[in-house]
Write a protein that binds this ligand. Sequence first.
Ligand code: MRU
Length: 350
Amino acid sequence: MNKNSLPTLYWDNNCLYLLDQRYLPEKTEYRCCKSYQDAVDSIREMSVRGAPAIGITAAYGMAAAAYEAVANNYNPAEMKDILQQAANTLIKARPTAVNLFWAVRRIENVFDQMQDAHQEEIFERLLQEAKAIHEEDINNNRMIGANGSELIPPKASILTHCNAGALATGGYGTALGVIRTAVEEGKDIHVFIDETRPLLQGSRITAYELYHDDISATLITDSMAGYLMSRKMVDLVVVGADRIAANGDTANKIGTYTLAVLADHHEIPFYVAAPISTIDIDVDSGDNIKIEERCATEITHFSGMAIAPEGITVFNPAFDITPARLITAIITERGVVCKPEREKIEKLFN
Ligand code: MRU
């Protein structure tokens, strides 16, 4: 947790509580997930979002499924069934962020090793694993922050996109973790925040986090980034990631690729900050990363009001792919990979 902000999620009294990000900054309300299906709905409806936070939610969602088995006195076969159902449904909740698959697999591995145990014991162990995933994420973000801050000059103006902060993770953040560490180290940092159409994670969530942490920041619309760069108002860009392919190609919020092209044109360093759990070593390149497409109303409507003619055709990809050649470095908890390529990325796993 950061200085002034609320926890992204926590488990209490056999229930997962998620800060409902659909309503930020207007309302700070927690959504209570009593079942794995509630966790699935919260991911789908984006009450919780951001790759690591989605993964942690899925892990707790698996624990919620185990608790359902305990509460309903299921036999071992029924418990296995509900956990399988939970895993299959959770991994379909959103397709791009690989942390979701990674976290579910990690919980499944624990379950596989204890199928002869008593239901209550299985639940306790799965919950413990979900809590470990949550804790590790916060620690990893601190390390990403420390590794990334070494790349930040004593005085810097940093552009970020979407929200890769405490609220997109277990806490502290990846891209915002780098920014937070630089500020904690006494660097003179100013952040430009892209508002991030269509769901405005930049203005609603990143601006909320930085404002409450007293970090100097200015909100801009997405279309202003090029102008700022041309005026030498941006020293570097740092963003998060939803999935990084083995060759370094990176899927992140739609608009990230545009920023990377602009940064390249203006010779501005472009950094991706992400935990190892966001790297999908089984996917060769960005061409094979599935990009989520979301509903038209996210673009045609604002706060329930139509802002486009009814019936207009809409294309709404939620993410894009930034090719590795446009990325100056990928910052992970295990170190910084400059000019990312397959061989260097594979070394992170040794
Ligand atoms: O659609 P969202 O809000 O889940 O997209 C989030 C992003 O694109 C983040 O940049 C990414 O998940 C990294 S979060 C540390």
